[in-house]
Design a protein around this ligand. Sequence first.
Ligand SMILES: [Zn+2]
Length: 338
Amino acid sequence: MEIKFERFHLQSDSRSPRGGSEIISVPTEVRIDPLTKRRSRIITWALPPQDKFDFSKMIQESKKCIFCPENVLQKTPQFLNEISSEGRISVGEAIGFPNLYPAGTYGSVVVLCSDHFLNLNQLTSEIYEEALSVSVEIIRKTMGFDPDARFWQISQNYLLPGGSSILHPHLQVIGDPIPTNEMGWLLDNSTSYYKENGTLYWNDLIQIEKGLGKRYISSIGKVHWFVSFAPIGFNEVCGSVEGHGSVTTLGQGEIASLAKGIVSTLKYYYEKNLNSFNFSIYSIVGETSYQLLIRIISRTPFQSNYLNDCTSFEVLQSELTANIIPEELCREIRPYFP
Ligand SMILES: [Zn+2]
């Protein structure tokens, strides 16, 4: 198995609506992910987002929510004594507790801050450093209680297009004894690559991307930030944490580096009038062929006449789409990174 960047150029031709013989050609690119072999369709004509959305009415109607300071310690559940005798886990303003509506074996929520709403340019690296520290502590403590739960995601769904019904910034920390589909694909293919080449796919990919210079954004400490060759979402930015397969071994330096990369990406999104996003950190304990990965994507911004970004391509054809050429995204987002 080698790292191959395969792509298909497609082109659609039509005659101009103005008549005559003018031909309009629109290119589309299908790219194959070098690891998972999954196809991504890169569409080159994306509609630009509208102006920045005014959230003041939504903030007014939803404030004093369950995650606001006056409620969070009264209305949220507490960890089992075997996991944390303190009930909830806090670092700075970030507070972690079990999810009342979990979607797996161990589901937790980490509230990022006391502010009920923050625009993407107001989310700081300190906020994320605290929230990720709480998330890591939840995972460490839970694994102390149940070491079989070794597949974890730290994910954020930001605002309604990202799948969150609550405005107040928060993360999801979810752990199971079995992987999600995505974790399974990442792990199985990383393991095959390791068996075949005797090297770690992620280190090899980073060396190649650094050499090519078209999709490698920057390194912050031990976290290498890059744009995927075959993205599975809009404006996708990835980070690979050298020397770690799981968040449980991270030191404060790596947590701070992850936080800085997230905030740099969100600042770029804000400048592009985007306001909703998802990220996932894929954390797998006990696998030497795997390296910790974070993937951040933007969602169609919340706006009047909201347009859902999951079409039949994504939900019925399992063909994920991106709306910016990865090399272009890399050029645009580089200045936002330290
Ligand atoms: Zn709130």
